[in-house]
Design a protein around this ligand. Structure first.
Ligand code: CUA
Length: 161
């Protein structure tokens, strides 16, 4: 009888373990930094950067928008106190934009209200996320992490024309 209890306990622990592993794998899988295939845009697949060396570290040595395919763009953005570099950017309606983002100083947010784009810009790390802008208009990128003086003023405009 005692053995049955222990076997049951063992099975329960195994189940818990499997569940946790599954959850961890899922969480890892949907992390924006890992959702981008490493085979795309090969030379820019850095995941770590030194915040003080952005000026000499590709792709952040050239923040901005560049076309990488038909209706497809990469937006390399540096978040920093008071704003984002570059600002604004302009893309045609229907553009698929791959954001590659880091922070130059402290942790900032990168949220585009009304879309599923919402992640943190972390110094030392590169976060990637893709969004297709199917409707024209001005989209604001807002910082939703309190980052000190200038937090409220921190925004960037994406013009979809
Ligand atoms: Cu940057 Cu708040």
């Amino acid at each position: 009888r005692l053995e049955k209890i222990w076997i049951g306990f063992g099975l329960a622990m195994l189940l818990v373990f499997l569940l946790l592993t599954g959850v961890a794998a899922f969480a890892f899988g949907v992390n924006p930094a890992n959702s981008h295939s490493s085979h795309e845009h090969g030379e820019h697949q850095v995941t770590k950067v030194v915040p003080t060396q952005l000026k000499t570290t590709a792709p952040f040595d050239m923040p901005g928008l560049r076309q990488i395919g038909e209706g497809e763009y990469e937006a390399v953005v540096i978040a920093l106190a008071f704003g984002y570099n570059p600002d604004p950017i302009e893309v045609p309606r229907g553009a698929k934009v791959h954001f590659t983002v880091t922070s130059q100083d402290v942790v900032h947010g990168f949220e585009i209200p009304g879309t599923n784009v919402n992640f943190m810009a972390v110094p030392g790390e590169v976060t990637r996320m893709t969004h297709t802008f199917s409707e024209a208009g001005d989209y604001l990128v807002l910082c939703n992490e309190y980052c000190g003086t200038g937090h409220e003023a921190m925004k960037m405009t994406i013009k979809v024309v």
